[in-house]
Design a protein around this ligand. Structure first.
Ligand code: MG
Length: 295
């Protein structure tokens, strides 16, 4: 089954459907009024039972929005594909490189990626497998970690490379508004199979830039769940972005960055695709400087 967030003339709501091509059933039409993804997931047994008992009718002509609404955490992992580690001439990390993205950076599956040329001239894409947590979980083990997964989606860890270098960490350069397209829906884990055997790709204006497999991950989804849950409770609706394979713009020779009008398509096998166009931020303006030079 799939969990989406749908918008149509009828309004905006979470939707459920069996598989690709089926109409979306509004969760409100199943008698539930829910505003956060975490609550949908917590009540999933009730929702799916009601859906199975229903006529399964719904809407086909919908706009898909981010299926992740108000997550407690968006955790992300850097340098997690061996081919990407090589292209960036980075050291192989001994443990996962963890950073955070923020809920204000969430973007829809076809939403515009807004770029302010005053803030970055090096906008880049990163196709990623996103893991959506299904249960409250702490101290997961290699044996039970996947039991905590609700489902999987496609994400684009949009990055401002010049700001990434200036900052001593990643949260601002990867946490700007619209820098986390995700979706197009969440596919439940039991429909995905082995998360370490999925083709993952990204194209820009139709040119393939990334084409790899999740089998290239240095730390598997299980490893990441064990590592992260050792010190923090993972909650329903939390998201983990699991890193990107080789082929990012900054790794090309010469580097090629995204510009106004570019269409970025990210896809993970069986999970659908994101199609986001880059657009100059209409509120773009020179930022007030906060640079200090202390001598
Ligand atoms: Mg990334």
């Amino acid at each position: 089954m799939q969990l989406g967030r749908i918008k149509s003339a009828t309004g905006t709501d979470f939707g459920i459907r069996g598989e690709n091509g089926e109409p979306w059933k509004r969760i409100a039409d199943l008698g539930m009024d829910i505003s956060r993804t975490g609550e949908v997931i917590s009540r999933w047994d009730e929702i799916s039972d009601a859906y199975i008992r229903s006529d399964r009718g719904g809407e086909l002509d919908v706009e898909l929005l981010s299926p992740v609404v108000a997550p407690g955490k968006i955790l992300a992992i850097g340098l997690n594909y061996m081919d990407h580690i090589r292209e960036t001439n980075s050291h192989v990390p001994e443990q996962p490189v963890v950073f955070a993205k923020y809920s204000s950076s969430l973007n829809d599956p076809t939403g515009s990626i807004l770029v302010d040329p005053h803030l970055t001239e090096q906008l880049d894409y990163e196709a990623e497998l996103a893991v959506v947590i299904g249960t409250s979980a702490r101290r997961l083990t290699q044996e039970n970690a996947l039991d905590a997964v609700f489902g999987y989606a496609v994400a684009n860890d949009v990055s401002a490379r010049d700001q990434q270098r200036r900052d001593s960490q990643l949260s601002r350069s990867k946490g700007m508004d619209t820098f986390c397209p995700i979706g197009p829906w969440i596919t439940l884990a039991d429909r995905v199979g082995d998360p370490q055997d999925l083709r993952i790709s990204c194209s820009v204006n139709g040119e393939v830039r990334q084409d790899s497999s999740t089998d290239q991950m240095l730390f598997t989804v299980v490893d990441l769940l064990v590592h992260l849950s050792a010190g923090m409770t993972l909650e329903p609706g939390d998201v983990i972005l699991t890193g990107t394979p080789h082929g990012v713009g900054t790794g090309r020779k010469p580097p090629e960055f995204l510009k106004d009008g570019d269409l970025v398509r990210c896809e993970v096998e069986g999970l659908g695709q994101l199609e986001n166009r880059v657009k100059t931020d209409p509120s773009s303006c020179p930022p007030e400087t906060v640079v200090r030079q202390v001598v």
